[in-house]
Design a protein around this ligand. Structure first.
Ligand code: LMR
Length: 340
């Protein structure tokens, strides 16, 4: 009798333990000793805008959940790079990523709104978009949900600028024959083509080597990415063109997210809200500091563009709108333009 009771008790214990640890990855309870682990993978360095915000998010989650949830941040493509980070999220191997939104083109081509030339006027315009209904439709789209992915926040980086090793770039003609590294997608390919340049899609983690070895002559990025990746060491010219944006969204694996105990999820959402406020502030500050660092390195010739020169580039880039306006949708393009 005693033996039967003991076996029943052990079985009950095992059942409860399995339910708590969740064989399917779902944890119904969490304690400080056995926390919910949120794996957050990204490709930039720990000292980049995104890297700093991700670290702060991890601290905030720890504080707010009193250690019952733990964010493990994997920066610098340590775990997954541009080629496999989204697949890892879809399959649940990581739970959170914050890619440059253009890299979401695989699931929804509208994310390439960010690449449309000279679409955003300034940082305030970008913030208005992040807070708009039209932006929310992107985060919660059926296309993402069909892949078990959901967007929970927009994070900012900044305006992109061209760097290269061939010559100072000011006018559309200057771009002829230069080969640039591109992040992803057909819109960026069309952008370079419209300027008479070539492009190759190269993962962020491999871009420094590609520039150094001359696989490509140039690239486009924000001051902060240029500086934290030390592209100034392998590039001769930087044109302050502000021709497009590089911004992020934070995406989660939906099954994992919905499976978190509600009280924990609420605290994690609060942490994300605070980290996002910080991230937006950091984006402006860190990009300014990075511009100074690049200038002070003395290694790159920094070329300013007048408004007329930017207008000439915008005109040369009009074919990108003609070709991709329908893909991005007028709802998004006009929605963004009318936000002023
Ligand atoms: C790039 O590939 O240049 C950027 O998307 C990297 C990043 O995440 O900022």
């Amino acid at each position: 009798m005693k033996k039967v009771m003991l076996i029943s008790m052990i079985s009950l214990f095992l059942l409860v333990a399995t339910a708590c640890s969740g064989g399917s990855g779902k944890k119904t309870t969490a304690t400080k000793d056995d926390p919910i682990v949120i794996k957050f993978s990204h490709v930039t360095s720990i000292d980049s805008v995104k890297g700093k915000a991700a670290e702060r998010f991890a601290e905030l989650v720890k504080e707010k959940t009193e250690g019952k949830a733990k964010v493990e941040v994997y920066p610098s493509s340590q775990l997954y790079g541009d080629n496999d980070e989204l697949d890892a999220l879809v399959s649940g191997n990581v739970h959170m990523i914050a890619p440059s939104v253009t890299k979401m083109v695989k699931l929804d081509p509208r994310w390439q709104y960010v690449d449309m030339p000279y679409l955003f006027k300034d940082q305030e315009h970008v913030h208005k978009f992040f807070n708009s209904d039209v932006a929310k439709t992107l985060l919660n789209s059926d296309k993402l949900a069909a892949n078990d992915v959901m967007g929970i926040a927009f994070w900012e980086n900044g305006f992109k600028h061209f760097t290269n090793n061939k010559r100072p770039l000011k006018k559309p003609e200057d771009f002829k024959g230069i080969k640039f590294r591109a992040q992803a997608g057909k819109v960026l390919e069309a952008q370079f083509k419209a300027l008479g340049a070539g492009s190759a899609t190269i993962a962020f983690g491999e871009t420094y080597a590609a520039l150094q070895q001359g696989t490509v002559d140039g690239q486009e990025n924000t001051y902060n990415n240029i500086d934290t990746q030390k592209y100034q060491e392998v590039q001769k010219y930087m044109s302050l063109s502000e021709h497009g944006r590089l911004d992020y969204a934070v995406f989660v694996n939906k099954t994992f997210w919905d499976g978190m105990p509600e009280d924990i999820r609420t605290k994690v959402e609060e942490a994300m809200k605070e980290a996002t406020e910080l991230e937006w502030k950091l984006a402006g500050e860190e990009n300014e500091k990075s511009l100074e660092n690049i200038k002070n390195s003395g290694k790159v010739e920094v070329i300013s563009l007048t408004d007329d020169e930017k207008a000439a580039l915008a005109k040369a880039l009009q074919p990108v709108y003609d070709e991709f306006g329908d893909t991005i949708t007028s709802e998004l393009i006009d929605g963004i333009r009318n936000l002023k």
